[in-house]
Write a new protein. Structure first.
Lengths: 254, 333
């Protein structure tokens, strides 16, 4: 039987009196990778922020069976880790400091990092091959390394749900490959991953694709679904084709 | 964080603070003396409160500067650029005008009136600082747009400066006190002022260190801080209140002393990385060292003539920032 990590019913978001999201009905399956795609301005980032509880929304939004509105800020943060678009440090934070920020939801306002926090941060640094960079400043790293560190920050929360907005924008192929591997490992460990991606080729590697257009849900389906291919082609003005190459779906601009 | 480096840096700043205070006690209008005569009433009644007061005012400004830079995620933010110093000046001008009026009515100041005057001065400076920061934030429509924030701070500073001038013109008997205030002056610091600044410094330091997880979270953006379960709005208001109190208590007692709040956190960050709890403490200690040293130099460089300490910090702090702007590490500013 399917279990759902996030469910929405008639989810709507208004920003500055403009309706940005219209009646979204979504069911995000637990322990799976769901990718949100759509043209620029479709409302993908807004949807992710609404799911994370970072912007006000109306309608029903349940996370792991509980209404999001009934959860405290700390509980919400422990339940859903969020990696924003182009997160960047304003000063010289070290890699270890950045990962330690991920432990904030588990710390009281009056207490610092515990031995357990240190050990969790160290384990994520090892898993993401960041240990050799731990004392380097975030500003001294390459784009790919920086994204890996920021992913580490989100993973250090150790939340059952991970929401990521454009986590691999401007990242080279080897780092994209590392990211894909990490996502696959996370879903194998029953972590629910929801990401917004512009790169449709990578998005078609997800377990489910959510297609959005003009603030509305067009379709939620498996990447193998021919109806999804048709809908994608329509939304992107029929200026692309989707083909099967080496057992993977490849999206080519026409 | 490199703990040993931060510990060594803390120890160095404490040692420098002691040295600067000792120098302050040995420096008089006739130049340097190489020993401290604790029995000398000049040391007890004038140099000791003045030197300790300078350290405390610097520590308050260093703390306020680090808070401003963390809260607004802007390395150029300091209590002065956000208009809070101008607001505090206006508060002090109004308090002076009211104090002069009360003195004229009563004929003399009792001990209780002296305390009341100091509290009133700090209170008015605090209200003025807060009003100015709120005006800046309203004009900038929040704290996210750096350029808009700084421009709003400049506008608020100019307008409140003009109102301060009007108050001074309306009450000309406040003019000498206001002139000394605008130049930055540590010569009138008393034991009462030290006790008040010391108590406020402790409260502000403890509160800001306790609330520092917000500043750590804000380093990666407001949304990230929010996603980490931090209650951004109430914590930001609390920290703004702490910043306003720290700025106001320093400005009320010593007048406008430029650049200490801006330079102290920069100097700390150029040496150590780490969580905001340690940055706040170190910036505060650095501010204390800077202002005490500047005070000693202001007294000793042209002895027996004394320079206004605010002029000296302006020249030294401005020079340091210009040097940083042209240094290879300027991109990290």
């Amino acid at each position: 039987m399917k279990t759902f990590a996030i469910k929405t019913k008639d989810l709507q978001v208004c920003i500055d009196k403009t309706q940005v999201l219209h009646a979204m009905e979504l069911s995000i399956e637990a322990g799976q990778w769901t990718c949100v795609v759509g043209p620029n301005g479709a409302g993908k980032s807004t949807l992710l922020k609404a799911l994370a509880g970072l912007i006000p929304s109306t309608g029903e939004l349940t996370v792991q069976g509980k209404p999001l509105s009934s959860m405290s800020d700390k509980d919400r943060a422990k339940c859903m880790a969020w990696l924003g678009q182009q997160e960047s440090g304003t000063d010289d934070l070290s890699v270890q400091d950045v990962l330690m920020l991920g432990r904030l939801p588990h710390q009281s306002l009056w207490a610092g990092a515990s031995a357990q926090d240190q050990s969790i941060v160290q384990s994520w640094m090892d898993r993401l091959q960041l240990a050799h960079l731990q004392n380097r400043s975030l500003l001294q790293l390459s784009g790919g390394e920086r994204q890996r560190v920021l992913l580490g920050r989100a993973l250090a929360v150790q939340a059952p749900i991970l929401l990521m907005d454009e986590p691999i924008a401007n990242v080279d192929i080897p780092h994209q490959s590392d990211w894909l591997q990490t996502v696959k490992q996370l879903t194998q460990q029953q972590t629910t991953v929801v990401s917004v991606l512009h790169d449709l080729n990578l998005a078609m590697r997800a377990d489910h694709v959510v297609l959005m257009h003009q603030g509305r849900l067009v379709m939620q389906a498996s990447p193998d679904d021919p109806l999804l291919h048709e809908a994608l082609t329509d939304v992107f003005e029929r200026r692309m084709s989707i083909q099967r190459v080496a057992d993977q779906w490849v999206v080519l601009p026409i | 964080m490199n703990l040993s480096r931060a510990t060594v840096f803390t120890g160095s700043l404490l040692a420098l603070s002691l040295m600067a205070v000792a120098m302050g006690l040995m420096t008089g209008s006739l130049g340097w003396a190489w020993h401290i005569d604790w029995q000398d009433p000049i040391v007890q009644d004038i140099r000791l409160p003045r030197t300790l007061g300078a350290w405390l005012a610097g520590a308050l400004l260093g703390l306020a500067g680090a808070l401003a830079q963390g809260l607004f995620r802007n390395p150029l933010a300091d209590p002065y650029l956000l208009g809070s110093a101008s607001g505090a000046s206006l508060g002090v001008a109004l308090a002076l005008a009211m104090g002069m009026w009360a003195y004229a009515e009563a004929g003399q100041f009792s001990y209780a009136m002296q305390w009341g005057f100091r509290l009133g001065l700090t209170g008015m400076a605090f209200v003025g600082a807060w009003v100015a920061v709120l005006l800046t934030l309203m004009l900038a429509r929040g704290a996210e747009q750096t350029l808009r924030l700084l421009l709003a701070g400049v506008v608020v500073g100019v307008v409140l400066g003009a109102v301060t001038s009007l108050v001074t013109l309306a009450f000309p008997q406040t003019l000498p006190a206001m002139q000394s205030f605008l130049l930055g002056n540590t010569s009138m610091l008393s034991g009462q002022a030290c006790m008040m600044m010391g108590a406020i410094w402790l409260v502000c330091l403890v509160l800001s260190c306790l609330l520092s997880p917000l500043l750590d979270g804000l380093r990666l953006g407001e949304a990230t801080a929010q996603s980490l379960g931090l209650q951004v709005k109430p914590l930001r208001i609390l920290l703004l209140a702490v910043m306003g109190l720290a700025t106001a208590s320093a400005v009320a007692q010593t007048g406008l002393i430029a650049f200490v709040g801006l330079v102290a956190p920069h100097l700390v960050r150029s040496r150590v990385q780490g969580s905001y709890a340690s940055l706040l403490l170190l910036s505060s200690l650095m501010g204390g060292v800077l202002l005490t040293t500047a005070d000693v130099l202001a007294r000793g460089l042209w002895a027996p003539q004394e320079l206004p300490v605010g002029v000296l910090t302006g020249v030294l702090g401005g020079g340091y920032l210009l040097w940083r702007l042209h240094s290879p590490s300027a991109k990290t500013m």
